[in-house]
Design a protein around this ligand. Structure first.
Ligand SMILES: Cc1ncc(COP(=O)(O)O)c(C=O)c1O
Length: 398
């Protein structure tokens, strides 16, 4: 590892990240290179961001051209790059979601959704799910479940309740006259690739309609083709009232998007919300190119096909090793739940040239760029096979 790079970061950055001993220098497709020129198959996409692959030439060119024209353009002015992106977004978004607010990150997208729900209903209550992850600023953190993230920063925003993920009867019972909205991820990412039963999202939609509360879907991790459809809610034929996007939307440039129905969005008054950088021309150019690439290269379909192939191969590892409790996933959003902490597996895979993520304490999470190639998938499986084999042998010895 290039020592001085790591040392300087370690000495000068706030120490909020667990750091891997790895300096990433550049990337292409699903491949990353470290500062010494060593190659890695990337199954992180930098936490779900690099959906079109690292440095997709279409995205790079769009950024380059726009950067030479105009770097910033506040939302109080009109701009061609922003309009071009919004036109493409409307073409792929769930039909009823006709309006969007543009910000710069996932947590901002959720913050706006929460404010919008309160404004539109005039009620303060938000029901979120146990295990949920929606971000770490005060509003989104209030909807996030993990006590480790929440407890040091209490008191959080009042009016939030959590109910068990996937339990419709508990959700129904929790809704009262103060409830503005229910917020959920179609598949929970950070807490372990938790896939609810097929009737969960449709049931959620029905309950929200019956009770007159809004449904917010957080597709910050599941959206933009990741699960094998442009948005995961399409698998279930469900449309939310408010949809949160970020991560992959601009292939790596910072962008958050909150979409809503005309009726919900029209509740906002001038000045209710704003963002200096939101909808900036460079991020919008990258996002427009991202949507073009997703469509033209049929990446959601590819995620479905290659995800099914990868899932089948990982299932074989579940059969082979007792240390694997369960393999699950949809599209190219996959998890291997182990019977122990995954740190050794993450580091062992990295030493062998494969980068994977954790999700919770004991789930290895795979979120590769959707352009990952067959040979790379085979390499990921053979490295995981090797690392899990070693772990199993070590555990049998102990
Ligand atoms: C489902 C979900 N919502 C919200 C967020 C927060 O996004 P950001 O880190 O861009 O604030 C994340 C990030 O991991 C996420 O997975």
């Amino acid at each position: 590892m290039s020592g001085w790079i790591a040392e300087r970061e370690a000495q000068t950055m706030a120490s909020t990240y667990w750091k891997r001993p790895l300096v990433i220098a550049h990337g292409e497709g699903a491949t990353l290179w470290d500062a010494e020129g060593r190659e890695y198959v990337d199954c992180t996409s930098n936490y779900g961001v690099a959906i079109t692959g690292h440095c997709h030439p279409r995205v790079v060119e769009a950024v380059r051209v726009q950067a030479g024209k105009l770097l910033s353009c506040h939302g109080t002015f009109y701009n061609e790059s922003r309009s071009g992106f919004l036109k493409r977004l409307s073409a792929v978004a769930p039909k009823g979601l006709r309006r969007a607010f543009l910000s710069n990150s996932g947590t901002e997208s959720v913050e706006f959704a929460l404010k919008l729900a309160r404004r539109s209903t005039g009620r303060p209550g938000i029901i979120a799910m146990m295990g949920a992850f929606h971000g770490k600023t005060m509003g989104s953190l209030s909807a996030t479940w993990n006590k480790k993230y929440r407890a040091p920063f209490e008191p959080l925003v009042p009016g939030f309740k959590h109910v068990p993920y996937g339990r419709l009867e508990r959700l129904e019972a929790a809704i009262d006259g103060e409830t503005a909205a229910v917020i959920a991820e179609p598949i929970q990412g950070e807490s372990g690739i938790n896939i609810p039963s097929d009737d969960f999202l449709p049931g959620l939609r029905d309950i929200c309609d019956d009770k007159g509360v809004l449904l917010i879907l957080d597709e910050i991790q599941t959206g933009l083709g990741r699960t094998g459809a442009m948005f995961a809610c399409e698998h279930y034929g469900v449309e939310p009232d408010i949809l949160c996007l970020a991560k992959a939307i601009a292939s790596g440039l910072p962008m958050g998007v909150t979409m809503a129905t005309e009726g919900v969005m029209s509740s906002l008054k001038m000045g209710d919300h704003s963002s200096t950088f939101g909808g900036g021309p460079v991020a919008c150019a990258a996002a427009a190119a991202t949507l073009d690439v997703l469509r033209e290269e049929r990446l959601p379909e590819r995620a479905r096909r290659e995800g099914a192939r990868l899932l089948a191969k990982l299932k074989a590892l579940e059969e082979k090793y007792r240390v694997v409790r369960e393999v699950r996933g949809r599209g190219l959003m996959l998890g291997l739940e182990l019977r122990f902490d995954v740190l050794n597996v993450i580091l062992g895979a990295m030493e062998r040239g494969v980068l994977v993520l954790d999700a919770g304490r004991n789930v290895v999470r795979l979120l590769p760029p959707l352009v990952i190639e067959k040979g790379q998938i085979d390499r990921v499986v053979s490295v995981l096979d090797e690392v899990l084999g070693e772990e199993e042998a070590a555990r049998l010895r102990d």
